[in-house]
Ligand binder design. Structure first.
Ligand SMILES: [Fe+2]
Length: 462
């Protein structure tokens, strides 16, 4: 597997896992759009994520930590364990490595029992963030599951995040809170949440009035679970079910002492246009975002629940409001456009693939193709063409006329081999390509491969 490329038939099998369109459509219309919590009973045609996957992913995160990525978080009673592999003065990493699942650890239950034993704890809340880099195939699976949903609504501007939660905890230790919209797949056991509409607690003196605009807001000790539970909406799901609540809903998990495993695909929406364009502001190195944003834009975030900017509406708003032709605004508009194609090509995920080194030699004669259902994206900004695949973009500065037709051709799912791609492209599209253009197409292909956006078609891949 020196090339990290996946096989086309392997990827096709994942399509069986998708939420069927006839389930996705009423879910988006009836629950997402109206902001109603719901439990979808077994909406995925197969096991999206298993107990074995859970242990595998966790072990991988422990053993192959990535710098600059959030690390495992394990909460035992009142004490919080977390690891920082790059800077670890307290030796927590070493302590945590002893808690990594063993290769022969059979079940999550036996793992939970061992962690509790080794730490002398009576209750375990185990939470881990997953990056696509930790488990690329899982990322392909999840994008299939979400496909029919995001075909009917915009990608959440704040992104999609993946987390695993498990343990035998009686309540979420962070108490009642709100954060992204929960879209929670129950891997095993049964899982119960209590959720409340935003208004239920928003008027309390202790709750700040920007509680809805923040990515996450914790009620802390100001609301006791016991006092609030009677007014909550209970949502209970078991293996294979998906539990959903909208992003403005307060929630908490409640356990009965048995072990449940959930795999969360949270959707983070933005309620403020400023937070929507923040990544673009950061990418152009704008010092003080507030000073750059026209007042109408920065104010619009506070006006209540209807300001969730759909991406298209935001673009229109930017065009209308930003008559300013100064360089900084042009750069900001460009940076925003680029973030948009990255997000779309990355199926909305916050943690896109890392590029991997591809050994072209070992791919000679291997037939490949891209997936037309998840096309490569591009945008032309000035003289530069940006191509995005699986969440990351690459800039091609050489003016290259055939580049966009080449992307279109790849997006049809045409089969190619790395050594004949340009020739096949010329033959089938009757496009003539000179030597300089051929080099640009080759480097574009190199990028597509490094992002694993092409798949192996024929039998004996590397
Ligand atoms: Fe939450």
């Amino acid at each position: 597997m020196g090339n990290h490329l996946y096989r086309w038939d392997e990827i096709q099998k994942l399509k069986d896992l998708a939420i069927r369109p006839e389930v996705a459509s009423p879910f988006v219309e009836g629950s997402v759009r109206t902001g109603t919590p719901i439990v979808l009973r077994n909406p995925v045609g197969g096991a999206l994520f298993t107990e074995r996957d859970t242990l595998e992913v966790i072990r991988d995160i422990f053993l192959n930590p990535f710098r600059d990525l959030p690390n495992p978080k394990i909460i035992l009673g009142d004490s919080e364990l977390f690891s920082d592999y790059s800077n670890d003065p307290d030796g927590l990493a070493e302590k945590l490595l002893r808690l990594a699942p063993l290769p022969d650890e059979e079940t999550v239950s036996s793992y939970v029992e061992r962690v509790k034993r080794e730490t002398g704890s009576s209750e375990l809340f185990y939470y881990m963030k997953i990056r696509s880099a930790n488990h690329p195939l899982l990322w392909f699976k999840v994008r299939e599951v979400q496909k029919h949903i995001f075909n009917r609504m915009p990608y959440p501007a704040g992104g999609v995040e993946l987390d695993i939660f498990f343990g035998d905890y009686s309540k979420t230790p962070t108490n009642i809170h709100r954060d992204g919209a929960g879209f929670i797949y129950v891997v095993s056991g049964s899982k119960k949440f209590h959720v409340w509409p935003f208004d239920r607690f928003s008027g309390l003196d202790s709750v700040k009035n920007d509680a809805r605009l923040r990515p996450a807001y914790f009620l802390g000790e100001s609301v006791r679970f016991e006092d609030a539970v009677a007014t909550g909406i209970p949502l209970e799901g078991s293996r294979g079910d998906i539990i959903f609540w909208p992003d403005d809903h307060w929630h908490i998990a409640e356990g009965d002492g048995s072990i449940a495993i959930t795999f969360c695909m949270s959707f983070f929406f933005n309620f403020s246009i400023l937070s929507e364009i923040e990544p673009a502001l950061q990418s152009i190195g704008a010092g003080d975002p507030q000073s750059l944003v026209p007042r109408e834009l920065s104010k619009s975030g506070g006006s209540g629940p209807d300001v969730t900017p759909l991406n298209n509406e935001l673009v229109t708003a930017l065009d209308r409001w930003w008559k300013d032709t100064s360089v900084i605004y042009s750069r900001l508009r460009e940076a925003y456009t680029l973030k948009q194609i990255e997000r779309t090509s990355g199926a909305g995920f916050n943690q896109p693939f890392f590029p991997v080194r591809i050994d072209r030699e070992s791919l000679i004669g291997v037939r490949l193709k891209c997936d037309p259902e998840f096309p490569l994206h591009h945008v032309v900004l000035g003289k530069v063409t940006h191509v995005a695949a699986n969440g990351i973009s690459s800039a091609f500065t050489d003016a290259c006329e055939p580049l966009i037709p080449f992307l279109t051709w790849l997006n049809t799912g045409a089969e190619f081999t790395t050594d004949t791609a340009t020739i096949l492209f010329q033959e089938t599209t009757r496009q003539s390509v000179n030597e300089r253009e051929r080099r640009t197409l080759e480097s574009c292909l190199e990028f597509v491969l490094s992002m694993r956006a092409a798949f192996i078609v024929n039998g004996s891949g590397p």
